[in-house]
Design a protein around this ligand. Structure first.
Ligand code: NAD
Length: 422
């Protein structure tokens, strides 16, 4: 285990050294703005170092009760060969997180990256190959999800599936992986980290300037294509007009365009299919809310969509319930902060959420009632740091495996108890 942890530490050094190059690759391959790409590369370094440290601690956990006359041991064994299926929106960090945790725990993996970010995945795998990881430990298999992804999930020799992606695909994988195929000698273990419809709740005691900046950053950063994007702003009635004004002012200043320009903060969405889906939601939004900003694509090359804000959206409207995965913010009015929290909890998802308030009693209540895997108080809903904010969602956001947390490696191992009579 020490040797494997050392490989991760060396890989982290390589990533640090190649920081600019890896950022550039993501700017070009998935249209990530520079600062976001740089943030992602830094996250990769954190993930590698965190899982290396966690691995070293794994077998030093000795919590068992000693028994007279027996030599007892509780230890963790690797599971076997797993499928890692990753999305395009954090093409480096999410693939890194899942493969490094699996491998440092002693498993081998087949990485199936998203079709639109296969080059980034290939560069990542190359780093490990160049570091001398034995052949067969990390394998790259590119191809279409419905073909290659499904074949992997169904395969009887796959021991576990680690997936990050959409709810629709995640649920399908969950069902398929539960089937036991001829020749299969285990029940597959599955982790699914899926989408979100994250809320930012603001009450009348909040620092409105801070809240408006957080709403704008979390709704429109990387074009809203983050699972933790704050796509619903839930504003207490008395702050509504003031807050909407502030958000519109900030959103109108965002520079939309070619992400190779370092001043651009809103680049293109990933592909034509995503553009079409988002444009459909913009039509739905026109019927369900009041269009306050944007609402269309930008003419010219690239799949550029204007930062869009819809006001007076009902909590149960489709644009307030479904993950759009684009630069679209639904603003919802709440009578008071308690109703705001109830609205925030009123979707199938439960990934991230923010609450802005200066009232300690209400903050304490929000900590009890706001049912999300990642709760932030007076802070934006995006930008979790590995080892600091373990990441993963409740309900239809996933299995809450908490990437970058103290328990994450346990998914990739099985505990064995050994007792020897003396
Ligand atoms: P996606 O579900 O379309 O694809 C994810 C991966 O699954 C890709 O590699 C794809 O090829 C593969 N795939 C597609 N169909 C498959 C099938 N039938 N069987 C097996 N594999 C299949 O997701 P995406 O568009 O790449 O990513 C965006 C989604 O990911 C959003 O919903 C976002 O919220 C979510 N996401 C969640 C987290 C999290 O930590 N919770 C992080 C990032 C992204």
């Amino acid at each position: 285990i020490e040797e494997r942890a050392a490989v991760l530490i060396r890989a982290a050094e390589v990533v640090r050294r190649r920081r600019a190059e890896l950022s550039a690759l993501m700017v070009y391959e998935v249209g990530k703005p520079w600062d976001e790409a740089d943030g992602e590369v830094s996250e990769v370094v954190d993930l590698m170092e965190w899982y290396a440290r966690q691995a070293l601690e794994l077998n030093s956990r000795d919590r068992m009760v000693p028994w007279p006359g027996e030599l007892t041991q509780f230890r963790y064994l690797a599971l076997g060969v797993g499928a890692v299926i990753s999305p395009w929106n954090f093409p480096l960090a999410l693939a890194t997180g899942m493969i490094t945790a699996a491998v440092v725990a002693g498993n081998c993996v087949i990485l199936k990256p998203a079709e639109t970010s296969s080059t980034t995945a290939a560069w990542l795998v190359d780093i490990f190959t160049e570091l001398g990881l034995p052949p067969g430990v990390i394998n790259l298999l590119t191809g279409r999800g419905e073909v290659i992804g499904e074949a992997l999930v169904d395969h009887p020799q796959i021991r576990f599936v680690a997936f990050t992606g959409s709810r629709e695909v995640g649920v399908r994988i969950y069902e398929r992986a539960s089937r036991v195929h001829p020749g299969q000698r285990w029940l597959k273990r599955v982790q699914l980290e899926m989408g979100g419809k994250n809320a930012v709740v603001v009450d009348e005691t909040a620092d409105l300037d801070l809240a408006a900046r957080a709403i704008t950053a979390s709704a429109f950063g990387f074009q809203g294509q983050k699972c933790s994007a704050g796509s619903r702003a839930i504003l207490v009635e008395s702050t509504y007009d003031d807050m909407v004004g502030r958000v519109l002012e900030l959103a109108a200043q965002l520079k939309v365009g070619d992400p190779t320009d370092p001043e651009v903060t809103v680049g293109p969405v990933i592909d034509g299919a995503a553009e079409e889906k988002i444009l459909d939601y913009l039509q739905i939004g026109r019927r369900e809310g009041e269009l306050l900003l944007g609402g269309d694509r930008r003419p010219g090359d690239g799949h550029l969509i204007e930062p869009t804000v819809f006001g007076k959206v009902a909590p149960d409207a489709r644009i307030a319930q479904e993950e759009i995965f684009g630069p679209v913010l639904a603003v919802i009015k709440a009578r008071d902060f308690e109703q705001g929290l109830a609205i925030a909890n009123g979707t199938d998802y439960g990934l991230a959420g923010s609450y802005f308030s200066r009232d300690p009693r209400r903050i304490a209540l929000a900590k009890e009632r706001f049912h999300v895997g990642n709760l932030y108080i007076n802070r934006r809903s995006t930008g979790a740091y590995m080892g600091v904010h373990p990441f993963g969602g409740f309900n239809m956001s996933g299995t809450d495996t908490k990437a970058g947390g103290p328990d994450y490696l346990l998914f990739f191992v099985q505990g064995q108890s050994v007792a020897e009579s003396l």
